[in-house]
Write a protein that binds this ligand. Structure first.
Ligand SMILES: Cc1ncc(COP(=O)(O)O)c(C=O)c1O
Length: 393
């Protein structure tokens, strides 16, 4: 066995021993045999399946691939339209689209801050935020999750040593479902001459009157008066049910990224079919209030069932959005609970390190879940948690 093969084998064996090995086909194999109800999906509005736009888009568009990078020859009417729709939706001067959210974070963060600058980043930020920062030579200050006092202390101590300063958070933290106190972040950004970079992956499509996200919702609710210091990043792969990532902000920011973000410049443009699909789905979201109402109804149903039937109401966490978290102990126990729920017909994938420090079940409710399925899953969870059955094998 050569050195690389030995290294791969050793790493895989170590992951398996620690119950941290991940098998991409695990759910797929079981899904093909019986119908599992997916409670681990980020398709919050249920637009990924039976989407009425797909047939029309495919029959009206004969260009399947981007054919070139955006700056060479890949920009089409579909890309331009999508970027215009995004900017209008978000209320910004301009927008830029990347091939996915991961590429958006890498491209933006590796280019907008450099060695003389500082970032103040929430410790729970998504992996692609950390990876983007790794490619920048900026100085990182990590603040405790959602702790604005800790952020304030770090800004007070370090801000003056640096040229530009960026505060980074997510509008809904992907693995916990909670949100930062944005009005306080804006206040601190003003006080310490900083900008804010907010990843809206899990609020795009589901917050604010038109689904534009968390920043827009707080602006509508008058909790923030001005979002000119905020760079809004997000993905088109979750509630928008297409593919792609975006950054919305000032015209200067977008022109800067078009010239400096390497994941934008050196990658083939997204397929125009996907750009059209994302554009159509955003328009559908803007005009279909019922999708958000159905989602909120289902979230309420699940939460109420848990509150009424769990002996210990602290056994789960939810912050009024579609993400619910349940803690059962170490990775081994969490995996057993997840496998037990799969046997009952529910996909509730265990989330384990290194994605999170504390293993958990992360359950996502969507608009298309049926009442009986939501209640059956809640019943199973209450059964496990009330009897403290953390090892259902
Ligand atoms: C908070 C957050 N940011 C960015 C991304 C990356 O987006 P995409 O899936 O479009 O690459 C994700 C996806 O998991 C995410 O949860």
């Amino acid at each position: 066995m050569n050195d690389f093969e030995a290294y791969f084998k050793e790493t895989i064996e170590e992951l398996k021993t620690k119950e941290l090995f991940r098998d991409q086909d695990l759910i797929f194999k079981r899904q093909s045999n019986n119908e599992l109800i997916n409670f681990s999906s980020n398709d919050y509005l249920g637009l990924a399946f039976n989407n009425p736009s797909i047939d029309i888009i495919i029959s009206n568009n004969k260009q399947s691939a981007g054919t070139g990078s955006r700056l060479i020859s890949g920009t089409s009417e579909a890309h331009r339209e999508l970027e215009e729709t995004l900017a209008k939706w978000k209320g910004t001067e301009a927008a830029i689209v990347f091939n996915n959210g991961y590429a958006a974070n890498i491209g933006a963060l590796s280019s907008i801050v450099s060695s003389k600058d500082a970032v103040f980043v929430d410790e729970y930020a998504h992996s692609c935020i950390w990876d983007g920062l790794k490619l920048s030579s900026c100085r990182k200050y990590i603040f405790k999750h959602n702790d604005t006092q800790n952020l304030n202390d770090l800004l007070e101590k370090h801000r003056s040593k640096h040229q530009k300063s960026l505060i980074i958070a997510e509008s809904v933290f992907s693995m916990d479902g909670d949100s930062p106190e944005l009005s306080k972040l804006v206040q601190l950004a003003e006080e310490y001459n900083s900008n804010i970079y907010i990843d809206e992956a899990h609020s795009t499509g589901i917050e604010a009157s038109t689904g534009a996200g968390f920043v827009k919702r707080l602006y509508e609710e008058k909790k923030i008066q001005d979002f000119s210091r905020i760079i809004q990043m997000g993905t088109l792969s979750k509630a928008v049910a297409a593919e792609g990532g975006y950054i919305c902000g000032s015209k200067n920011l977008i022109e800067f990224l078009q010239n400096k973000a390497r994941t934008y410049i050196y990658s083939t443009a997204m397929s125009p079919i996907i750009a059209k699909l994302a554009n159509e789905n955003i328009k559908m979201i803007q005009n279909s209030d019922h999708l958000k109402k159905e989602l909120n109804f289902n979230i309420g149903l699940f939460r109420n069932f848990l509150v009424e039937n769990l002996n210990n109401k602290n056994n789960f966490k939810n912050f009024n959005g579609p993400i619910f978290t349940f803690f059962f102990g170490d990775s081994e126990k969490t995996l057993k609970v997840s496998n037990f729920l799969i046997d009952q017909g529910f996909i509730c994938t265990a989330i384990r390190p290194p994605t999170v420090k504390e293993p958990r079940l992360r359950i996502c409710i969507n608009s298309k879940h049926q009442k009986k399925d939501i209640e059956n899953l809640a019943k199973q969870l209450c059964y496990l948690l009330n009897k403290e059955i953390q090892d259902p094998s």
